[in-house]
Design a protein around this ligand. Structure first.
Ligand SMILES: *Cc1c(COP(=O)(O)O)cnc(C)c1O
Length: 452
């Protein structure tokens, strides 16, 4: 099944198409593929592959574009970066320095954001299944607000706040029952999804929240899905929430905040990137007259395009019965899970300029993991690549490294941060011994028999 946001109609974008849509990448005759001002071959020579590379200058520029588009529309929303998209401390710190807060979905992410220096007053906490310990942590830190996702959680949080002698600032996360028109596995705003409070119950529950001790209800949150490039679903969802705000105010209850969530999409194959100006326009059109503070929670749009995953062709393996050959990379589904999980399409560019101009062929690009799902693209049109050729998998800055596992005893890849012309390793490649360092073998298992 194809990713609905990238209908696989028409030929694959060419090397030139992929570069043209990504101004932070360029191809040079001698240096090959360059991210910002750093040749990616230099990083692969020094650090090996697979390696994640992120561009700090690109990230700052994207943050400024998004914040600027909001300002141009007369909006000054709080911008909470969705930490689950990329939780590296350096990334969080770069965004915090630009003025971003953090949208977290676990106690671990809350601790990470604090470790990166994000003030608690700029942290919001969403998620359908927050534990009592996680809610106590949010109370102790005094975060900006907790997005409550159920009637049950509302009662629990009230009791915990009273016990802690604190007041929890909250929003109710409403499920507007709007189809975001994106892949089913990244749709979150339908009544068949587990997220949020049913629209029909939200006003009554808000009234209940106002009555409960230990809670200060601020307003409503929503988040309808991810990789959204059309504005109609946003408009529909915001209009629903605006109606809710009016209904609740008509009952004499105060509402001061609407948190519009994230979801803005990027160009992965040949989509038109989600436009910050269009999003700002949709927010303004539907919520601009309400006299509320606004917030947004972008993840993918900020970090996705800023990252690449460097890899190397281990082996060209002939296809069966005349079918396309397999290009077996040293990166796999344990590193970048999105193609296996969501059928996501990621561009692939050779690092060497000479490879980039080879005649194109149809290939199946796969990893070495022992799963048929370990594929980065079937029947992809790429310049002919030989054993040892290096490639960059594009737009892997969001939901890439954070989803990595060590399946097949494959250590976590290294991470590098580029900033203009300089670059630094920001996470060492995991040593293979670390994979079993926490294993404890009970005495009663006994020693392995001596070998012969
Ligand atoms: C994942 C998530 C986001 C960010 O989504 P993107 O598609 O990466 O922008 C924002 N808010 C909430 C509540 C989320 O769960």
């Amino acid at each position: 099944m194809a990713d609905l946001t990238s209908p696989l109609a028409g030929p694959d974008p060419t090397v030139g198409d992929l570069l043209a849509a990504r101004p932070h990448l360029s191809m040079h005759a001698l240096d090959g593929l360059v991210l910002e001002d750093v040749p990616l071959n230099a990083i692969a020579d020094a650090v090996g592959t697979p390696t994640w590379v992120m561009g700090a200058a690109t990230l700052r520029a994207r943050y400024r574009r998004l914040a600027g588009a909001m300002r141009d529309a007369g909006l000054t929303p709080s911008i909470y970066f969705a930490v689950k998209a990329n939780d590296h401390l350096a990334i969080l710190q770069i965004l915090a320095a630009e003025g971003a807060g953090a949208d977290v979905v676990s106690g671990g992410e809350l601790r990470r954001a604090r470790a990166a220096g994000v003030p608690a007053s700029r942290i919001v906490f969403s998620g359908v299944g927050k534990t009592a310990d996680e809610l106590r942590l949010a109370l102790a830190e005094g975060i900006a607000h907790v997005a409550v996702e159920s009637a049950e959680e509302l009662e629990i949080l009230s009791a915990l706040a009273v016990a802690a002698g604190r007041t929890a600032r909250i929003t109710l996360r409403v499920n507007p029952d709007v189809d975001a028109g994106t892949h089913e596995k990244i749709t979150t705003g339908l009544s068949t999804n587990k997220f949020g409070i049913p629209y029909a119950h939200a006003a009554d529950l808000y009234a209940r929240a106002v009555d409960l001790p230990g809670l200060l209800p601020l307003g409503f949150s929503l988040h309808i899905g991810s990789q959204i490039v059309a504005m109609a679903p946003y408009r529909a969802a915001f209009a629903r929430v605006a109606g809710l705000v009016r209904a609740v105010r008509a009952r004499g209850l105060p509402v001061e905040l609407v948190d519009c969530g994230g979801g803005l999409g990027i160009c992965q194959r040949d989509e038109i990137e989600g436009s910050p100006a269009a999003l700002a326009g949709a927010i303004r059109a539907e919520l601009g007259e309400l006299d509320v503070r606004l917030a947004i929670e972008p993840g993918r749009w900020l970090v996705g395009p800023t990252g690449v995953l460097l890899s190397r062709v281990i082996l060209r393996k002939a296809g069966f019965d005349g079918r396309p050959p397999f290009l077996i990379l040293d990166a796999a589904m344990n590193d970048l899970m999105r193609p296996s999980l969501y059928d996501a399409w990621h561009g692939i560019l050779p690092l060497s300029a000479r490879d980039a101009v080879q005649p194109v062929e149809s290939v199946n690009v796969v990893g070495p993991v022992c799963e048929s799902a370990d594929s980065f693209g079937q029947g992809r049109t790429l310049p002919r690549l030989e054993d040892g050729a290096r490639v960059a998998l594009l737009d892997t800055g969001a939901y890439g490294m954070v989803m990595s596992s060590t399946y097949n005893a494959r250590p976590m890849a290294a991470q590098v941060l580029v900033d203009g012309g300089r670059w630094t390793i920001i996470r060492d490649r995991q040593p293979v011994e670390a994979l079993w360092a926490a294993d404890r073998v009970p005495d009663w298992v006994g020693p392995a028999p001596a070998g012969d």
